[in-house]
Design a protein around this ligand. Structure first.
Ligand SMILES: [Zn+2]
Ligand SMILES: [Zn+2]
Length: 284
């Protein structure tokens, strides 16, 4: 039987949520020093981020698009190649010294449905038996994952079907991990950015391919509904209001911060202010 991940979507605050049958009701909150692992996976070196509440061990996998066994080995037992970058234990010995709790994967969440981000979700679904969350505007794109992957010489499983919808403006509680979902279309119709708050450090936002360090995602990819004006509006209205210190975890390339991109990004930041119609402030 499929085990439902404990999650609670709600519009304003978690106490308004109506828990679904079988869902464990627990109060999500900002985390203290979460572990964040980055796995750069597959031929496009897509960033899969794994977020763990170090107190409870509750874990979510964001964009588990490739190299699923590498992710599983590390998440389940700190085995194997491990992440390219982490705020958590660097190896099994360090984890044991820190009495690290066993991780319990409670949900799979995606920023969008390009095959490099979602192609191997079925392997993670089968292993963890938890729900996979995707914005419904990317459901059609998701059906094309296998076909798109073939163009890159990849043999992907039958595309996963989302178990639950992500809804922009809602807060989701996965076990003890709370994520705010921002709908940020423009790279794809259903693109979302996922905000993780912390009590004792910067917040984090997982933006998929909406915003990169010094760049933005492509808006010309087939069947995706890309549109630069829509992307710019998403960045200006959804991402720029975040704290300047918020760490941006893009789908590809280096991490950055909201403040740095606001000031320097040549496509959607201040330097774009005088260049074209999509300058800084237009959507503020
Ligand atoms: Zn993409
Ligand atoms: Zn990508």
């Amino acid at each position: 039987m499929k085990v439902r991940g404990p999650w609670i979507p709600c519009l304003f605050t978690f106490w308004m949520a109506q828990p679904h049958e079988g869902v464990i009701l627990r109060v999500g909150m900002a985390l203290s020093k979460p572990w964040i692992d980055h796995f750069l996976v597959g031929p496009l070196q897509m960033r899969c981020s794994v977020v763990t509440d170090r107190a409870s061990g509750d874990t979510i996998i964001i964009d588990g698009g490739d190299e699923p066994q590498r992710i599983i080995d590390w998440v389940d037992g700190f085995r194997g190649v491990g992440p390219n970058w982490t705020t958590g234990p660097e190896n099994k010995e360090v984890a044991e010294q820190q009495f690290a709790p066993n991780r319990r994967v409670v949900a799979l969440v995606n920023t969008h449905a390009h095959f490099d981000h979602s192609g191997f979700i079925p392997v993670l679904q089968a292993h963890y038996e938890v729900d996979w969350f995707l914005h419904p505007d990317d459901d059609y794109l998701q059906t094309l994952a296998q076909v798109s992957g073939r163009k890159y010489g990849l043999s992907l499983p039958e595309p996963a079907v989302a178990d639950e919808p992500l809804v922009g403006g809602e807060v989701y509680t996965f076990g003890t991990i709370e994520l705010s979902v921002l709908h940020t279309p423009g790279h794809t119709l259903g693109g979302c950015s996922l905000v993780l708050s912390t009590t004792d450090g910067p917040d984090h936002v997982f933006v998929g391919d909406t915003l990169f360090a010094g760049s933005v995602g492509r808006t010309d990819i087939a069947n995706s509904g890309g549109d630069f004006e829509v992307l710019a509006r998403s960045v200006h209205t959804q991402l720029w209001p975040l704290e300047d210190t918020t760490v941006v975890h893009p789908g590809h390339g280096p991490i950055t911060t909201i403040g740095h991109e606001k000031r320097t990004n040549p496509f959607v930041g201040e330097p774009a202010g005088g260049a074209g119609n999509f300058g800084f402030g237009k959507y503020a």
